[in-house]
Write a new protein. Structure first.
Length: 305
């Protein structure tokens, strides 16, 4: 440095911003939020910044560039007003931020794994838990309808992965029996046809309910004959072994509320179904028929439409 050069004791806001690598607007914002004390103004009514101000600005910029929120920086400085760039407040803040970043990294890894899984399994199949998709793997291409996967998604939300995996037994059986699948689609369409134009006492209501009953009996017989009900029993045993305390309740891998199993009462009040009075009557007539009881042939009460 030339002997004739004398550094200024204070600089204007533009020079301070240029040295710190920010803008005058950013410095004014730091003043507004209490992160940087506002210095005294000179005779020209302009702010003047000294050495300590520049040091504070450099700390702010470095921590901001590291992704640390300005609110956290301000709180750390507030804990150590006399030694803002070397006290326990800064250390404690950095420790908290490091923990927060670690949690964010873990969440990002889970999110990335979930997205990769959706791409591998297919977007709709990948939305279901591993327990359910494992149950459906190996089925013939095109044997699962979009409505089937949507039904399983709703079931998983209400009854959890185990409930959806057991319900998937229906679709496994239907995939192996095209004629039964065709009958299932026909009855589903007949139920949907019971719209608001159909009276509750219309003969078609009782007829469709009876057809539903006959179909459920046929489906249950296929499930028993193929040994799929034994697979269900194995699912229950494996689940109880791996979830000895939580049972069916619990959170998903991300720990979010979207994985919490709902009660049937909660689901009834929160999941909209646009069923006509005629269709509701049909369901009432068929109630207890889709869940086969011991009195009707020793059925598995876990199977539900």
């Amino acid at each position: 440095m030339p002997a004739s050069f004398v550094p200024p004791r204070q600089v204007k806001i533009g020079d301070a911003a240029a040295f710190a690598g920010c803008t005058p607007r950013a410095i004014r914002h730091y003043h507004q939020i209490g992160l940087l004390p506002e210095p005294e103004r000179g005779g020209d009514d302009r702010r003047r910044y000294g050495y300590e101000d520049i040091i504070r600005l450099l700390w702010i910029r470095r921590m901001s560039d590291a992704g640390i929120a300005l609110e956290d920086v301000r709180a750390a400085f507030a804990e150590d007003p006399a030694d803002a760039h070397g006290g326990d407040g800064i250390e404690a803040m950095l420790k908290r931020v490091e923990g927060s970043l670690a949690a964010q990294e873990a969440a990002l890894r889970r999110q990335r794994a979930a997205v990769q899984r959706m791409r591998v399994e297919g977007s709709r199949m990948g939305l279901l838990s591993d327990l359910v998709t494992d149950r459906l793997k190996g089925l013939p291409e095109g044997s699962l309808l979009q409505a089937d996967l949507d039904t399983l998604l709703v079931t998983e939300r209400i009854f959890g992965p185990l409930g959806a995996a057991v319900q998937a037994t229906r679709f496994v059986a239907l995939a192996a029996h095209p004629a039964l699948r065709e009958e299932s689609d026909r009855i589903d369409a007949a139920e949907e046809a019971l719209d608001d134009s159909v009276a509750v006492d219309d003969p078609r209501v009782a007829q469709v309910a009876a057809e539903r009953r006959a179909f459920e009996r046929a489906l249950h017989a296929v499930i028993e004959e193929s040994g799929l009900d034994e697979d269900d029993d194995a699912l229950f045993e494996a689940w109880e072994t791996s979830h000895p305390e939580t049972g069916d309740d619990g959170e998903n891998e991300s720990g979010s509320d979207s994985g919490r199993v709902m009660t049937v009462l909660e689901a009834t009040g929160k999941m909209p179904y646009d069923f006509s009075p005629a269709r509701l009557r049909c369901m009432e007539l068929a109630e207890g028929l889709s869940v086969l009881t011991e009195d009707e042939g020793g059925g598995n009460p876990r199977l539900a439409t």
